[in-house]
Ligand binder design. Structure first.
Ligand SMILES: *[C@@H]1O[C@H](CO)[C@@H](O)[C@H](O)[C@H]1NC(C)=O
Ligand SMILES: *[C@@H]1O[C@H](CO)[C@@H](O)[C@H](O)[C@H]1NC(C)=O
Ligand SMILES: *[C@@H]1O[C@H](CO)[C@@H](O)[C@H](O)[C@H]1NC(C)=O
Ligand SMILES: *[C@@H]1O[C@H](CO)[C@@H](O)[C@H](O)[C@H]1NC(C)=O
Ligand SMILES: *[C@@H]1O[C@H](CO)[C@@H](O)[C@H](O)[C@H]1NC(C)=O
Ligand SMILES: *[C@@H]1O[C@H](CO)[C@@H](O)[C@H](O)[C@H]1NC(C)=O
Ligand SMILES: *[C@@H]1O[C@H](CO)[C@@H](O)[C@H](O)[C@H]1NC(C)=O
Ligand SMILES: *[C@@H]1O[C@H](CO)[C@@H](O)[C@H](O)[C@H]1NC(C)=O
Ligand SMILES: *[C@@H]1O[C@H](CO)[C@@H](O)[C@H](O)[C@H]1NC(C)=O
Ligand SMILES: *[C@@H]1O[C@H](CO)[C@@H](O)[C@H](O)[C@H]1NC(C)=O
Ligand SMILES: *[C@@H]1O[C@H](CO)[C@@H](O)[C@H](O)[C@H]1NC(C)=O
Ligand SMILES: *[C@@H]1O[C@H](CO)[C@@H](O)[C@H](O)[C@H]1NC(C)=O
Length: 590
């Protein structure tokens, strides 16, 4: 058994170390190195997760982020992730030290402020390092040459520029290469196809150009290829998905059509080609295993392939094909995609009815059918989507009345039916939709007297450009969180009720072009009010703050006014913050 000695420790620590020496079996050189490292971190770095009061100095294997072999006879992994590391001097003292641990297989220094990689780490002199993680540091300059033993190399979230060097292929055992979120330019070297053990190639968010090299399609170990948010051009290479489970080429400048077998490869789970310039139609055959398919914001045309979605795609959970040029009807066979949670068909040229079969898809949370040419009525069955959070059918030509069954959507937060051809009233049962924060019904032909409204509306209530009539509904007085109220261009009559001025969150109220009469009440000056185009409104004379109270108390009045204004501002800030927080909590990402 070895005696563990720490380099130049204070005397009492040395005694402590000697007393406890029996628990330590690391080679003395590794122990020395670790204690030097500890000292270095203590001296230069006050946020380190290591310090002498919390670490058992004799047993580095017990320190946070240190992993040893099973009998603690040598160190195998060192994770200094989020240790607030920065380069102390030009000799990168701390990382050079690490190289002394020749048994080290994995070094993770992610989430620090390191500006350079210590040269010993790049050379084989550092031993058999297999994993090097420099993610989220401050590396700049070109990608250096690394030691060839590496299997996983993560340089993501730095400031590296220049090209991906051809020499990268010298890292013959590489299985994970993550260069995402840097400033790399140039094209992917075709030689990358020689990395025959690569499983993940992640190049997202750089400035890479040129075509996606075909040799990538030959790497039969590759499971994930992400090259999104670059400036790649040319076509999606044929056979790119042959071995892949995950493909992300979104946010590039790819052209041409989607290869007909691209989506049908049996291992595929996720394909994202959104935000490119792809043309042609959506391939008919889609892999049974597909979970997430995003083809939005391209120039795709033709119809939604009806038979393949359905029986063939039972796992499909996210289908996003919005913002294309798709035509035809929404295929009722979509009902067979039982796991569908997000359906985005918006901004296309789809026509015909909304199939009632959508009501079978009881895992739907987000439905976006807006900006199409859909006609006919909103099917009652939509009300069966128990966990629907967002329904957007705006900007179509839907007619008929709003089905009262929609009020069964008790999880609904955003309902947008604006710019359609809907008639009839707002169903009374809408008063029970307690989570609804946004109701957009503008530009329809809705009408009648409003008796009941959802009670927690917050983002907006927009009833503009309809045929609503009667007095401004009393039920509005409960909407204490509402920010935008648009009742303009209707036939509301009677007076403007005082309770509107008490709606504390209101920032905008549009009452123009109605049949309102009487005195316009005094709104808070921060509320944007529009009232023009009514028949007979009286405006109160502009009031000025009561400064006319002349006397020796003027100064103290001023103080009272000032301090109450200040607390009002504070209160508003609190309310606004609370509203923002609440809204974030309620919003769903997609
Ligand atoms: C040592 O670490 C512990 C726990 O991480 C911390 O509470 C303590 O303040 C640190 N002491 C010094 C001197 O940094
Ligand atoms: C600890 O394990 C290694 C192999 O991992 C072995 O070579 C060594 O002899 C073991 N040491 C002791 C003291 O058991
Ligand atoms: C590198 O570290 C980051 C952050 O700790 C982690 O998310 C990432 O998965 C690591 N990379 C590899 C290749 O293990
Ligand atoms: C690559 O890995 C194999 C074992 O899988 C090993 O024999 C070989 O030495 C490694 N190559 C390098 C350059 O480290
Ligand atoms: C990307 O590269 C092009 C030229 O290749 C250059 O004009 C552009 O500024 C670069 N963009 C960024 C964000 O580096
Ligand atoms: C789609 O798949 C079917 C059955 O697997 C096959 O017969 C057909 O040729 C495929 N169509 C295309 C366009 O690949
Ligand atoms: C549907 O989703 C559930 C969990 O969300 C999953 O367990 C199930 O396997 C999925 N069904 C299919 C056919 O993929
Ligand atoms: C919607 O359909 C009508 C006829 O049904 C057609 O005239 C119009 O151009 C279509 N609009 C769009 C945006 O496709
Ligand atoms: C709305 O419905 C009316 C009457 O049915 C019809 O004349 C009109 O063309 C429709 N408008 C739109 C935009 O669909
Ligand atoms: C809705 O429009 C369709 C034509 O698009 C028409 O056949 C139907 O009668 C209309 N329904 C109502 C209730 O106006
Ligand atoms: C509906 O979609 C339109 C356009 O995509 C968008 O502007 C609007 O905010 C959406 N409505 C809701 C409630 O999300
Ligand atoms: C209310 O909806 C109408 C019709 O879509 C729209 O034009 C208007 O801008 C909306 N009002 C507000 C305040 O956003």
């Amino acid at each position: 058994m070895r005696v563990c000695v720490r380099m130049s420790p204070p005397l009492f620590l040395l005694l402590l170390v000697i007393i406890q020496y029996a628990s330590c079996e690391l080679p003395s050189f590794q122990l020395t190195t670790m204690n030097t490292l500890l000292q270095l971190l203590q001296t230069h770095n006050h946020n380190s997760k290591w310090n002498s009061s919390s670490q058992d100095l004799t047993n580095p294997c017990s320190w946070t982020g240190v992993l040893c072999n099973p009998n603690n006879s040598f160190i195998t992994e060192l994770s200094l992730s989020s240790f607030s590391l920065f380069d102390i001097s030009n000799d990168y003292s701390w990382s050079s030290l690490v190289c002394g641990i020749e048994t080290l297989e994995k070094l993770d220094v992610s989430n620090n402020q390191l500006a350079a990689i210590a040269p010993p780490l790049l050379l084989s002199s550092c031993g058999g390092l297999k994993v090097l993680n420099f993610s989220n540091n401050m590396l700049s300059g070109n990608i250096p040459s690394f030691q060839t033993t590496l299997e996983r190399l993560d340089l993501s979230h730095n400031f590296l520029h220049g090209v991906i060097p051809d020499q990268i292929t010298e890292l013959v055992n590489l299985s994970v290469l993550d260069l995402s979120y840097n400033r790399l330019s140039g094209s992917i070297p075709a030689s990358i196809g020689q990395l025959s053990r690569l499983q993940q190639l992640i190049l997202s968010a750089n400035n890479l150009t040129g075509e996606i090299p075909t040799p990538i399609t030959l790497i039969n170990t590759l499971k994930r290829f992400s090259a999104n948010q670059n400036a790649f051009t040319g076509a999606v290479p044929l056979g790119i998905t042959r071995y892949l489970s995950y493909l992300d080429l979104s946010y590039n400048r790819l052209t041409g059509s989607v290869p007909s077998d691209l989506l049908s490869q049996p291992n595929l789970l996720t394909v994202d080609l959104s935000f490119n310039k792809l043309e042609g139609s959506i391939p008919v055959n889609v892999s049974k295993s597909m979970v997430r398919l995003r083809l939005g914001s391209n120039q795709l045309s033709g119809g939604l392939p009806s038979w393949s979605f359905g029986n063939e795609v039972p796992s499909l959970t996210y289908l996003e094909v919005g913002n294309n040029r798709l035509t035809g009807m929404i295929p009722p066979e979509l009902r067979l995609c039982k796991n569908l949670s997000l359906l985005d068909l918006s901004h296309n040229r789809l026509f015909g009815y909304v199939p009632r079969e959508l009501g079978d898809l009881n895992k739907l949370q987000v439905v976006q059918l807006d900006h199409n040419n859909l006609t006919g009525e909103i099917p009652n069955e939509i009300g069966e989507l128990q966990i629907l959070v967002r329904l957007n059918m705006s900007w179509n030509s839907l007619n008929g009345s709003i089905p009262p069954s929609l009020s069964n959507l008790q999880k609904l937060i955003n309902l947008d039916l604006q710019v359609n051809n809907l008639t009839g009233p707002i169903p009374d049962s809408f008063g029970t939709m307690n989570l609804l924060l946004e109701l957009q019904l503008g530009r329809n032909r809705l009408g009648g007297v409003i008796r009941s409204l959802p009670t927690n509306l917050q983002i907006a209530l927009n009833l503009s450009r309809n045929n609503f009539e009667g007095p401004i509904p009393q039920s509005l007085s409960r909407l204490q969180s509402l920010e935008i109220l648009d009742l303009s261009n209707n036939r509301f009559n009677g007076g403007i009720p005082n309770f509107l001025t008490q709606m504390g969150s209101l920032t905008q109220i549009l009452l123009s072009n109605n049949l309102l009469t009487g005195l316009v009440p005094q709104f808070h000056k921060n509320v944007n009010v529009s009232t023009e185009g009514n028949i007979n409104l009286l405006y109160p004379p502009p009031t000025s703050p009561s400064v006319d109270r002349k006397n020796n108390n003027a100064a103290s009045v001023g103080i009272v006014v000032a301090s109450s204004t200040a607390s009002l501002v504070e209160l508003m800030v609190v309310v606004i913050v609370a509203v923002i927080v609440l809204r974030k909590v309620h919003r769903i990402n997609h």
